[in-house]
Ligand binder design. Structure first.
Ligand SMILES: [Zn+2]
Length: 334
């Protein structure tokens, strides 16, 4: 909450500065320069100043995707904007959904009775290459270089995605060359489930939004390299995925709201932890499971698996990991 306030103050302040500095220049120009004033040139200079200042904001947005709390604020704006466009197209559909969700919501207990079943995402098409069994006896295989276990796509520190992998059938078309994350380039089934979840949360006065969704291999590569430069590889590996090993390239996951451990203690964070599985989502990197997942606790990172598996992994609130459930590892080979 405090984070959000701080971010709003900083970014609003910066936005005002973008205007104030060029205007201040014009003011001083008009006031102090006496001979042969070239107002046209002064105006162009002021305009360039504005564009540069505004440009800096865009550069920061582009290059500091993982910087919190900047990330949350900047991407929140972009997610909601893109979403609005889509919502206009689906107004009638949305109206029906809202009615359904409110009738199935128990406002008193903040628990949603969602009886809907959300199917798991279909495997990609291509030739299967058998890779044997996991330590818990599940079949493991590759399709076009992408690893699946028992029909679920796996991307972690042991199982990398090919550089060229771009999910299809996403809500907004995913671009493999995009240099920034796309909050709505989420696999269609998963995105519809998210919309239901968002609507049900909203009916309880909670605001959940995607702050980082699909990231292309290139985007992840930029983020990872920057984190290594800033914090060293060992530290970076605990929170930032090497390109190819990020789930964000799958289009099946996203980060919610504030990408900060404090999210777990917000009303939204608590609700998500208790209810996400009803929409087929799991807390992908649960608390105390770093040994299994290879990542620190990320209460904000949700992965879509469908309600059947999500229910099992939810495990009455004592989250299991994909790695533990299927008997696979998540470790870099070097
Ligand atoms: Zn994430």
């Amino acid at each position: 909450m405090q984070n959000n306030m701080l971010v709003t103050v900083i970014s609003t302040g910066y936005f005002i500065l973008c205007f104030l500095i060029p205007l201040g220049y014009l003011f001083l120009f008009a006031r102090y320069k006496s001979k042969k004033k070239n107002y046209g040139r002064a105006f162009i200079i002021a305009l360039i100043m504005f564009l540069i200042l505004f440009g800096i904001k865009e550069v920061v947005k582009e290059n500091f995707l993982n910087v919190k709390p900047l990330n949350c604020y900047l991407n929140k704006v972009c997610e909601e904007k893109e979403d609005e466009d889509k919502m206009d197209e689906n107004k009638s559909e949305k109206a029906t959904k809202t009615t359904t969700s409110s009738s199935t919501t128990t406002t008193t207990s903040k628990v949603v009775k969602n009886e809907k079943t959300y199917e798991k995402v279909k495997e990609i098409s291509g030739t299967k290459t058998d890779k044997g069994k996991t330590s818990k006896g599940y079949s493991i295989y590759e399709i076009n270089g992408v690893t699946f276990v028992d029909g679920y796509l796996i991307a972690n520190k042991s199982y990398f995605l090919p550089e060229s992998y771009v999910p299809d059938n996403t809500y907004t078309k995913a671009d493999g060359n995009a240099a920034k994350q796309c909050p709505t380039c989420i696999e269609n089934t998963a995105y519809q489930a998210f919309k239901d979840m968002k609507a049900d949360a909203a009916a309880l006065g909670l605001n959940i939004y995607i702050s980082s969704g699909f990231r292309s291999y290139i985007t992840q590569s930029n983020i990872y390299n920057r984190n290594v430069t800033n914090n060293g590889q060992e530290k970076a590996d605990t929170y930032s995925a090497r390109p190819g090993s990020s789930e964000h390239q799958t289009g099946l996951c996203f980060d919610l709201n504030t990408i900060d451990s404090s999210f777990a203690n917000t009303s939204e964070g608590k609700w998500v932890n208790q209810n996400a599985h009803k929409y087929g989502y799991i807390i992908r990197y649960p608390k105390g499971k770093t040994e299994e997942t290879g990542y620190i606790y990320e209460p904000w990172h949700l992965r879509y698996v469908g309600t059947e598996l999500a229910e099992k992994l939810y495990n009455n609130g004592n989250w299991l990991t994909i790695e533990d459930y299927f008997g696979i590892t998540s470790e870099y080979s070097e």
